[in-house]
Write a protein that binds this ligand. Structure first.
Ligand code: ZN
Length: 109
C-alpha cells in the first residue's frame, strides 16, 4: 500500500514509512517490505536493479530534500552514514563517496 507521497504504509498496524527490506526470491527479486512495528509483510518491492545514485540526482527526503546530492554538505552525509534507517541507495552513495566527504570536511567545505 502506497500513500500519496510515495511512502509505504502498513495495512496491518498503520505505521507509515517504518519498514525494512527482506530479501526476495526468484519471482520477487526486489524483496519485500516488512513492517518495523508488527513485523508483517506489507508488500513486495520492485526490483531495484537500477543505476547507483549520481551527484546530479536529487536527495529524496530529509533536511536537504530536493538538493542535488553533489550539493548536500559532506558532514550531513557523514552524519547520515551513522544513522540506522537510511534508504539503501543513499547508503550506497555515501559508502562509495565516504573518502571524498572526509576530504571535503578536512578541506573545510
Ligand atoms: Zn505494521
Amino acid at each position: 500500500m502506497n500513500t500519496k507521497d510515495g511512502k509505504i504504509a502498513c495495512q496491518w498496524c498503520g505505521l507509515v514509512d517504518d519498514w525494512h527490506r527482506e530479501v526476495g526470491n526468484e519471482t520477487h527479486k526486489g524483496g519485500k517490505a516488512v513492517c518495523n512495528g508488527c513485523n508483517k509483510t506489507i508488500q513486495w518491492l520492485p526490483d531495484l536493479n537500477k543505476q547507483p545514485l549520481k551527484d546530479t540526482d536529487l536527495m529524496p527526503w530529509g533536511k536537504y530534500k530536493g538538493w542535488m546530492l553533489g550539493k548536500v554538505p559532506a558532514d550531513y552525509f557523514i552524519w547520515l552514514n551513522d544513522q540506522q534507517k537510511v534508504q539503501r541507495d543513499i547508503k550506497e552513495y555515501i559508502t562509495s563517496n565516504i573518502e571524498v566527504f572526509k576530504q571535503e570536511i578536512h578541506n573545510g567545505r
